[in-house]
Design a protein around this ligand. Structure first.
Ligand code: UGY
Ligand code: MN
Length: 246
């Protein structure tokens, strides 16, 4: 018999590992016929919000961004996204970046469609305009090797210019591939595992991680990862970028 008093999830002051066994649904106004798991949020000390949405029959997401921009990534399934009047049918691996003060609707969904969101309060910059809405597809984003290691590939999904104050990247590690050094940095991460498994070191604690797990890393949470198993480990992650540290 399974013991229900056990979980791999941990929530610490500078990092969290959230596995799906701990999910409890939230109702979000305007998001209908869906389950919403708020995985990372200010309530845990983060400066981003990360949610996982599973849409049911006739599910829809209707809303408008305010001070926070939202990045929507379709993990699997199919839906139609409309942002400020522009519509696209989206399937797994496709994404849309919704800038501040825009209206969005997701509808015409296949039941079971899963969408990941990253939300960040936008920090305007005098010398750079607010970004425009951007639809994209991870399948067409180049995957160059990372720091000359052929076992590591990094896809950068959003343009890297001063208009953007957030990055969303997909990191692919062949089995045995690992981060080349322990990272110690001011930027924060929210992350979702899309495929495979491995071991993450967070603040000198070691966690087995697999597809479906999410991680929050606060600024200066030291981090290192190695991939294990028979297939590449793949995760999508958020990072705050391009602004002077406050
Ligand atoms: O972009 C990054 O900081 C990335 N290399 N961090 C990570 O994968 N934990
Ligand atoms: Mn990092």
């Amino acid at each position: 018999m399974e013991i229900s008093a056990l979980t791999r999830s941990v929530v610490k002051s500078n990092h969290a590992v959230i596995s799906a066994d701990g999910y409890v649904n939230s109702n979000v106004p305007g998001w209908a016929n869906c389950t919403v798991n708020v995985i990372i949020n200010e309530q845990m000390g983060a400066r981003l919000c990360q949610t996982l949405i599973t849409l049911q029959k006739e599910g829809s997401l209707t809303g408008s961004t305010r001070q926070s921009q939202i990045f929507f990534y379709v993990i699997e399934g199919k839906c139609k996204a409309t942002v400020s009047g522009e519509s696209k049918v989206m399937t797994g691996g496709q994404f849309v970046y919704v800038p501040i003060h825009k209206e969005y609707v997701f509808d015409e969904v296949t039941p079971g469609t899963k969408i990941l969101t990253f939300h960040k309060e936008y920090e305007p910059l005098q010398e750079a305009p607010v970004p425009l809405t951007l639809f994209g597809d991870a399948a067409t984003v180049p995957a160059p090797t990372y720091l000359n290691d052929p076992a590591l590939r990094l896809q950068v999904l959003l343009p890297d210019n001063l208009s953007f104050d957030m990055a969303v990247n997909i990191f692919t590690y062949d089995p045995g591939g690992h981060l080349p050094f322990v990272e110690t940095h001011i930027m924060e991460h929210g992350l979702l595992y899309l495929q495979g498994q491995g071991v993450y070191m967070l603040d000198h604690q070691w966690y087995p991680i697999k597809k479906g797990d999410a991680i929050w890393m606060a600024p200066y949470c030291q981090q290192w990862f190695t991939a294990m198993g028979k297939e590449p480990a793949v995760y999508i992650y958020y990072k705050n970028v391009n602004r002077f540290p406050t």
